[in-house]
Ligand binder design. Sequence first.
Ligand SMILES: *Cc1c(COP(=O)(O)O)cnc(C)c1O
Length: 382
Amino acid sequence: MEKYQALIGFIRKSFSSTEEFISLHEPRFIGNERKYVMNAIDSTFVSSVGEYVNRFEEMICSLTGAKYAVATTNGTAALHMCLLLAGVQQEDEVITQSLSFIATSNAISYCGAKPVFLDVDRDTMGLSVKSVKTFLENQTLQKGDLCINKRTGKVVRAVVPMHTFGHPIRIDELVSLCNRHNIVVVEDAAESIGSYYKGKHTGTFGQSAAFSFNGNKTLTCGGGGVIITNDQSLANKAKHWTTTAKISHPWEYTHDAIGYNYRMPNLNAAMACAQLEQLPMFLENKRQLAKDYIAFGLKNDLNIVLEPSNAISNYWLNALCLSDRDERDLFLAKLNEAGVMCRPIWTLLHKMFMFSGCYVDEQTNAQWLEDRIVNVPSSVKI
Ligand SMILES: *Cc1c(COP(=O)(O)O)cnc(C)c1O
């Protein structure tokens, strides 16, 4: 099809690449990465104690406005920890979206809890406040300060919305709904560093949030994550549990819980600090690319996904909405054959056997999006 050829040409021109292959999202190390990593090596503090870990946490606080930040080995570990902080335990239920990366439901499973998969909104591609409201009003009741699922008798402990591709959900409405039902909101903000909703950074609305610094994210330090919260006692717990729950002592090894080895190494934190310094430049660059995609889409009758209203997206990955599943499959074949890496949005989580026993609502919008959304190359241009 002609417009696919035009799009391939546009993408090649955007990344001024004569190379065969254009990947979906490449990291850029054009700041102080080498310098800081060498400093970390020279200091001999390469593991989970070191200056860069502390500096990274301070930088995250000043970026997001959160009071506390705790750096972790990756985003999945950060999310697992947030759920433990929320008190999620064996046999609990946790509401989330089926349209997400597998790590969201994996983290819930690590706690021994079961995901409850509810639908998303079409415009944000994230958890729909309306579907959560319908579920809570029809299927749960309050017992003391617990929210109980009437059908299963289980506690609905937390809700995990995810800001898809950096586009924020209606997080303020979700938090006030969940407050009324005594449910904790944990934000899976893995994809949304640098994204704001109504002027506030994503991840600062719920009780806590998890960010990821994996290789394909907006910022990367190889592997890494961070938890943010405004609650000092939760922040202290997070730091304690991510460092094997060791009781602080100059030589004794005593632990007061089954903790985790989830602390970010200083080597990774060195890279993370260098990447964070470049965030404003990366965001501006990505916004310009999104603008170019949008202008191209208007001219060529291609439907580019826009940032939701009231929100500033980091535009981590640009997305196109095609007309149906057949067009999606054709599009993916054509662009990938031409060496332009494109991929579909995730397969809905409830369709995978590990989650086949979980509650799932109608998923009208999630299925509609699964059939139509593809991601196109979105690296920072240099
Ligand atoms: C990347 C990602 C994670 C996990 O992050 P890792 O650092 O890869 O463990 C969690 N949730 C979502 C939605 C993600 O995109």
